[in-house]
Every structure is written in C-alpha cells, then in structure tokens.
Design a protein around this ligand. Structure first.
Ligand SMILES: [Zn+2]
Length: 390
C-alpha cells in the first residue's frame, strides 16, 4: 500500500463541481468530478442533522484559521478518488459554498449565505489548504489500515499523527526499531521508558531525547533519511548511561526525564557501588517522600534535597523537642537556639518562643540519616534560614 500526503489542495479545488443530492442526503462529487465524496458504503451526511451546528462549526473553523483535521482519500485509479475519512467535513464545505445553509457573521451578527459574504472572507474559505492523505492499495489492505488508524473511540495520539504526517523511509525504519513489541530490547527499555510500545511511546521518547524536545522539527528534517543511525545511537547511549550508573532497576525509574538528565550529567563520573548503596539508603528512609527524586539527587552529587521532598517534623515532635531544649538551655543560662548559644552576640542567652523557632529537619536528616525525633533540633528562624540557604 502506498500513502502520500498532500497539503496544497484548496477548499476551492475540493468543492469544484460539488453536488448535493437532497433525495439521498449525500454529497456526491468534488475535485472537478474526480472525487467521489460519499461512496456507497459510507454513511449519509449527518452534519446537517439537528440544528446544523456541526456543519456551521466546520465553516467557523476555516474562517478562524483552525485546522479541520486530516482527510483521507483512496486513489481508485489515475484521477479517481474516494473519500475514506472526511466526507462530513467536505460535504459541509460544499453545501456552504453552494448556498445550502447560512452561518452567523461574526461582525454583523446576521445569518449569511456564502454569496452574501465579504469578498475577503469568501477568499479565505476558497484558499484554505486542506491536509489530505492519499492512500493507494487493495481494498482489504486499505480497510485493514483504515481500521487501525481509526480505532473506534481511540483518537490518534500526538506521535501517531506525526508518524502519519511525516511518513516515509525514516518513520518506517524508526517504527521497526522502536514500535515493535517483538523487539527483544523493548522489555529492557521499559524499565526506563513509560507507555505502550504499539502506541509509539518508545519512538516518541527516542525522538524527544535526540531532538531535545523538538520532535516535529527533527522528523521533518529527517523524513527522507534512509537510516535511523543517529536516533538509535543516541537512544542507546542514554539507556547505557542509565544502566551503567544504576545497576538495579527500581519502579520509580520508569518515565523519568532521562534525556534531560543525560545531557545535564553525562560528563560526571560515578562509582556504581556507592551509587547503589546511597540509593538503597534513600529508599529505606521513611522521610524521603519522593522516591522518583532519588535518581536526580544522586546524579547531582546529593546536594539538592528539594528533590527528595523530605518529610518535615510534625508539631508534636517539634513541641517536645522545643520543651526539652528550652528546659536544658534555661538551666545552663544559654539560648535555646544552639547557634545563638555558641555565639557572642546579644542573643547568647535568649530564650526564643516556640513560634520564633523552626525544626532543622534537613540538617538533622543529613547528620543522622533518617529524621527521627532524636535528630530534631529547633533553631531560631534567622539561624535556620541562614543554614538552609548555604
Ligand atoms: Zn539562633
């Protein structure tokens, strides 16, 4: 089966020679007679049903410059086409241009037929280019293909649309590698990449990584390439990089932004054993509430604690820590903030009120691993904030 994308056919060309059969409720021909709009097996025109809102919406979309979606033609012979998908939209356009229904003019608020419209608006409709996919093949091939692109109730996702749009040797090869559930590597990749392989999730990720997020641009630039070596090489480089640093696979690794992490940390070096130990410690730590953040935390030399979303001390723990700390401080005639107490300033002996102090959870957590109550230390707000900013 062959498929070919056309983006230069205008509404005017499509509607050339349009006829609507009132009796059968069908749009018949277009493209100067070369196009059969509603072949026998297609359902009748339904956009005019009810109050005709749907057919008016098609015209409104065109006037607003919104896309009306992909249209599919089946090429029957040289110069003979049938509409596979899009007959409702094309019939709406044809019916409007042949004065079958009016739309509400946005400027005047009046109902207006095509002929009564301002010339610039008429031109806008006539000159709008449609995105048309022309397929060619045996009836069973086409039906099979049409069934897969048109899975009932499941619209094409972004990557599936891009694959259709940029179809060619590159997409074919890329799908063989990344969209093929029989590829033995898919299971290994699935540890790091989230989504359904058949719905192009892996291909999308591979393209996302190599293009640094510009999938559309990358696909248009490589559309006619006869190899996918750059795409494959980059993807494997990222996967190898992850699996070399992190020896074990954890569920939380699936779906992380590995492409970004690779670019950011690829020049750092890591000791696999200490990475593994660090990772296990953090997994075992009940105060690390964001397990997904562990990987970037380790990659970034264990500095960015925000990534771990450390659970903070609860009020009971803070109150009891405050009480014992303050009692002890008073008996020693020192400040109940240990930082104030060791200083020589005016706050050397100051007893801070509970609401003027904060639990130094991150520092305690770094010192003692798990943030147990025994690790909780209350510090005056200025000292705690000053520490936190280091
Ligand atoms: Zn202090």
């Amino acid at each position: 089966m062959k498929a070919n994308l056309k983006i230069n056919i205008t509404v005017k060309e499509i509607c050339d020679g349009f006829e609507y059969n009132e009796f059968e409720g069908k749009g018949l021909y277009g493209l100067g007679g070369k196009l059969t709009i509603q072949p026998e097996y297609q359902r009748n025109y339904i956009y005019a049903l009810g109050d005709g809102k749907k057919e008016m919406a098609v015209i409104d979309s065109i006037l607003n410059g919104y896309p009306i979606g992909l249209i599919y033609f089946n090429k029957i012979s040289k110069d003979k086409f049938e509409v596979l998908d899009g007959q409702q939209r094309i019939t709406s356009l044809g019916r409007f241009i042949t004065q079958k229904f009016p739309i509400k003019d946005r400027d005047s608020g009046n109902m207006q037929l095509f002929e009564g419209m301002a010339q610039d608006k008429k031109n806008k409709i006539f000159n709008t280019k449609l995105t048309i996919y022309i397929v060619e093949g045996s009836e069973s091939e086409i039906k099979e293909w049409f069934k897969t692109i048109n899975i009932v109730g499941v619209p094409l996702n972004e990557q599936e649309k891009l694959n259709a749009f940029y179809s060619g040797p590159f997409v074919t090869l890329a799908k063989e590698e990344f969209s093929n559930s029989n590829n033995a590597k898919v299971q290994m990749w699935g540890a790091y990449v989230k989504g359904v392989v058949e719905r192009q999730a892996f291909l999308e990720r591979a393209l996302d990584w190599v293009s640094k997020g510009n999938i559309d641009y990358y696909m248009s630039n490589h559309r006619y390439d006869k190899n996918i070596s750059e795409l494959k090489k980059y993807f494997n480089k990222v996967i190898d990089w992850i699996s070399n640093i992190f020896n074990d696979v954890e569920n939380e690794m699936c779906g992380l932004e590995w492409g970004r992490l690779y670019e950011k940390y690829k020049n750092e070096s890591y000791n696999t054993n200490s990475v593994s130990k660090k990772k296990n410690d953090l997994y075992a730590d009940p105060f690390v509430t964001d397990k997904k953040g562990i990987f970037e935390f380790i990659l970034g030399s264990s500095k960015d604690y925000k990534l771990l979303n450390i659970r903070i001390f609860d009020t009971t723990t803070k109150r009891s820590t405050y009480a014992s700390q303050t009692k002890k401080a008073k008996s020693q005639n020192k400040s109940n903030c240990s930082y104030c107490a060791i200083g020589h300033g005016v706050n050397k002996n100051k007893i801070w009120a509970f609401d003027k102090m904060e639990a130094d959870h991150v520092a305690a957590w770094i010192k003692g691993g798990p943030t147990r109550a025994t690790n909780c230390e209350m510090l005056c707000v200025p000292h705690n904030r000053a520490k936190g900013n280091k």
